[in-house]
Write a protein that binds this ligand. Structure first.
Ligand SMILES: *Cc1c(COP(=O)(O)O)cnc(C)c1O
Length: 413
């Protein structure tokens, strides 16, 4: 049965019947799960019987969360992680080894940029390109390229990747496309439908919704054929067919690095994601209307994918269900003006997060990007006068008024 998004969230196949008719899943906080006999525990340990042994390896509440996100994304399975960064890291380390190369967008979340530089110490070379698109990828493709990584809607550059075109091109070259879909969320698009091979989310953001549980997830499409010649680590997992990537991840680097999600956070995410459709509808509308209002004001420039002034206007319309997401950036002219504008705002929190029900703002250059060079910052769409706004669910009239007053206060010097 085909279901629309918000119905699927509440009544999909992955939504279990919980004990006693409980409408929300129980929170299983136990570290360990006991069995009647050694024989039974042996079977569970060897994946020969269903069940849970130890929460770092699998947990019922985390499992419920993984299945729900996987159903929304249309993957073959998911592995939840302790954070979005953990998901990004492990999605790559699951297939990489020293000597390998990755091509990545340079307009990435700051933490991901830092991570990709960290990988160099392990012999993994990363080539950065300003946008993840065919023409820019091509010159860097070598027989050592093992993955292309990018964000679908870059945070905070707000450049939009053409997932279908990129995936089709890469598949012709035998290279997988791994996407971070945090800012686009399953509500705006399912990257797997557009050809992405592996999808990661920082579920700390929109999926959680209230900003109360750091977490991440890796969803596998099952579509990429991992050749053992290019991915020697995959050799022993070939027998799992389309599940090879997931089984390797779950039984290998994810489990051994201990990047599991805490059951309490899985629970908070399940509760939060039940309103994902509602919240996204609201925050996308709010963001678009705020962007349109700010565009009319003197003294600031606005970047938002749905605005006609954005080069990604058409692609956003086509690929993101006609929506532009909940993030916009404005440039205020100088760092001082940016700070003054931010400090004038009444209905925002000055905080480093996105995807909260509250509107949040930050000056990225002095915070998230402090480890980046000015050139790298510019490539990520971050300048000294850039303000990132993560639009919340407040009433849009109040937000527009608040921002308008703040912008107008700049002119009163
Ligand atoms: C926040 C974020 C991350 C990192 O997620 P954490 O949960 O903070 O570790 C990765 N990618 C994007 C696009 C993000 O916004």
């Amino acid at each position: 049965m085909l279901m629309e998004f918000q119905t699927k969230l509440l009544h999909g196949k992955a939504v279990d019947n919980y004990a006693n008719g409980s409408t929300v899943p129980p929170i299983s906080l136990a570290n360990a799960f006991a069995y009647e006999s050694s024989e039974q525990l042996e079977k569970v340990f060897q994946n020969r019987a269903p069940g849970f042994a130890y929460t770092r390896i699998a947990n019922p509440t985390v499992d419920a969360f993984e299945r729900r996100v996987n159903e929304l994304e249309g993957g073959i399975g998911g592995v939840a992680c302790s954070s979005g960064m953990s998901a990004v890291t492990l999605s790559l380390l699951n297939i990489l080894q020293a000597g390998d190369e990755v091509i990545a967008g340079s307009a990435l979340f700051g933490g991901t940029l830092d991570l990709l530089h960290d990988l160099e110490a392990f012999g993994i070379k990363v080539h950065f390109i300003p946008r993840v698109e065919k023409a820019l990828i091509e010159p860097f493709l070598t027989d050592k390229t093992r993955a292309v990584f990018g964000e679908i809607v870059g945070n905070p550059a707000l450049n939009v990747m053409d997932v279908r075109e990129t995936a089709d091109f890469l598949h012709g070259k035998g290279v997988p496309l791994i996407v971070d879909s945090t800012t686009s969320t399953p509500y705006l698009l399912n990257p797997i439908q557009y050809g992405a091979d592996v999808v990661v989310h920082s579920t700390s953001k929109y999926i959680n919704g209230s900003g109360d549980a750091i977490s991440g997830i890796i969803i596998d499409s099952g579509n990429f054929s991992w050749s053992p010649e290019r991915y020697p680590g995959m050799k022993e997992y070939k027998k799992y067919g389309k599940f090879a990537y997931l089984v390797k991840l779950r039984n290998g680097i994810w489990r051994n690095m201990g990047g599991c999600l805490a059951p309490m956070n899985a629970y908070l995410n399940i509760i939060g994601m039940e309103t994902l459709g509602l919240r996204m509808e609201r925050v996308c509308n709010n963001a678009f209307r705020l962007a349109q209002a700010l565009e009319k004001l003197e003294g600031v420039s606005v970047n938002y994918p749905l605005l006609e002034s954005s080069p990604y206007h058409e692609l956003a319309e086509k690929q993101l269900s006609g929506k532009g997401g909940a993030i916009l950036t404005i440039r205020a002219g100088s760092k001082e003006r940016a700070y003054k504008l931010i400090n004038h705002l009444k209905y925002v929190k000055i905080a480093t997060n996105i995807g909260d029900v509250r509107t949040l703002v930050i000056h990225p250059a002095s915070t998230i990007y402090i480890h980046s060079t000015p050139e790298a910052m510019a490539e990520a769409g971050v300048y000294d006068d850039t303000i990132r706004i993560s639009v919340g669910i407040e009433d849009i009239k109040d937000l527009i008024q608040d921002f308008t007053e703040a912008v107008e206060s700049l002119g009163e010097e």
